[in-house]
Design a protein around this ligand. Structure first.
Ligand code: SF4
Ligand code: SF4
Length: 202
């Protein structure tokens, strides 16, 4: 493989909803509950409108609760971008931005209900420019090319795995019960009626 060294082009594209030419890809920026709460606090202090919506959730049919693993950033209706993005300065929460942003253009791809793996997001401008070289990159190649981002992607993956493990442990102790099969109708009903509980590794 030709030697690449990732350098962000600072185009800001990853902080925006998307100019969709390919409808297969939908931009989402996931946040763990504590990251969402921190950004909500920062936004309040700055007088910025910042909202999140539920992202990865599991219905617990034993306690009639929706367990929230991650939220995602709701893009600003006018700019179609993250409310923390500034046209002149880029990300204005650089030091406290979520793991998903620190890891980008590496992201977590869901392989089944409880398992994720590190992947390269083709929506990134840099990735797009080198897509033929990057599309089949192994994990060791990703680690070399995305030197600063890979450790953050690993932390993101470990956190995710720990939360999935917590779900399985709670199930094993019969404290929760996650449905493996659910109709869309029931799922929508539960979403409307059940309480929320944020899942953390604490
Ligand atoms: S938190 Fe920062 S890096 Fe992440 S989407 Fe918002 S502006 Fe972009
Ligand atoms: S889309 Fe890629 S190149 Fe552009 S700012 Fe985001 S990470 Fe950097």
């Amino acid at each position: 493989m030709t030697k690449l060294n990732y350098a962000c082009l600072k185009c800001g594209k990853c902080c925006f909803k998307l100019n969709l030419s390919n409808a297969d890809y939908i931009k989402r920026i996931p946040l763990y509950p504590e990251e969402a709460n921190l950004l909500i606090e920062i936004a309040k202090k700055r007088g910025i409108t910042f909202k999140v919506i539920e992202d990865l959730i599991f219905p617990d049919i034993l306690n009639k609760k929706i367990l929230i693993v991650t939220y995602k950033i709701l893009f600003d209706k006018n700019t179609n971008g993250c409310p923390f993005y500034d046209n002149n300065h880029g990300c204005t929460v650089h030091d406290t931005k979520p793991l998903a942003c620190k890891a980008y253009p590496l992201a977590l791809k869901q392989v089944d209900a409880f398992n994720f793996q590190i992947s390269i997001d083709p929506l990134c401008y840099y990735v797009n420019n080198h897509y033929d070289l990057l599309k089949n990159a192994s994990f060791s190649t990703m680690k070399e090319i995305f030197k600063n981002e890979y450790p953050n992607a690993q932390n993101h993956l470990i956190k995710n795995k720990n939360l999935m493990l917590k779900i399985k442990q709670l199930e094993f102790k019969n404290k929760i019960k996650i449905t493996r099969q659910i109709s869309l109708e029931d799922f929508n009903k539960y979403l409307k009626e059940w309480e929320r509980e944020e899942l953390t590794t604490k």
